[in-house]
Design a protein around this ligand. Structure first.
Ligand SMILES: CC(C)(COP(=O)(O)OP(=O)(O)OC[C@H]1O[C@@H](n2cnc3c(N)ncnc32)[C@H](O)[C@@H]1OP(=O)(O)O)[C@@H](O)C(=O)NCCC(=O)NCCS
Length: 156
């Protein structure tokens, strides 16, 4: 996270200085693991061929009942960009969401000018479903986001 601090800043919520410390990362990971135990989050790391962590991909906001939906978020280290890691990770997490978790829908939100992320979604069959004004507080201000979704092929 420290190595990618400047690279990630335009695409993320504003982080506290504590977030970039080892204890800050332990706290963030502990928090996400609690939500994983509650069934609302599925966190994964993205590994390169040698087994080194090059990014993360997470299913957030898993909702059951009539919705059966979640939202996917991901990032890949600046040094590993352009190698297809995000495209492959989204492909694999789709299979986890639809086959293993039995979800019906995955949503993704991107900043309107995040062409790289939109390309990753396009490669994975996501379609744009609209624009949400002032949807997320990214880089310190409430920003409009394009919304995308992919529906499970296992419709019953
Ligand atoms: C977006 C991000 C995840 C892409 O990761 P990646 O591993 O480089 O993605 P991939 O290599 O699988 O694919 C990227 C695609 O976008 C394209 N691309 C990248 N930057 C682009 C740009 N500025 N304009 C147009 N296309 C772009 C690449 O050419 C590639 O397309 P291709 O496969 O057709 O050649 C990465 O840049 C990142 O972590 N960005 C910061 C955080 C972020 O934006 N997360 C997503 C939030 S919605």
């Amino acid at each position: 996270m420290r190595a990618n601090r400047d690279f990630m800043a335009p695409w993320e919520p504003t982080r506290t200085p504590e977030f970039f410390t080892e204890s800050g990362q332990r706290a963030a990971i502990d928090e996400v693991l609690v939500r994983h135990e509650q069934g609302t989050v599925l966190p994964h790391v993205i590994l390169d061929a040698g087994g080194s962590v090059v990014g993360r991909i997470t299913l957030n906001g898993i909702v059951r009942g009539a919705f059966q939906s979640c939202s996917v978020g991901y990032w890949v280290s600046a040094a590993a960009n352009g190698c297809g890691f995000a495209t492959a990770a989204v492909r694999e997490i789709k299979s986890v969401a639809f086959e293993d978790l039995g979800l019906h829908r995955i949503q993704a939100e991107t900043l309107r000018h995040n062409a790289g992320s939109q390309r990753v979604l396009d490669h994975n069959g996501f379609v744009r479903i609209g624009m949400a004004p002032a949807y997320l507080k990214i880089a310190g201000r409430w920003q409009d986001m394009d919304l995308f979704q992919v529906i499970s092929p296992n419709i019953v």
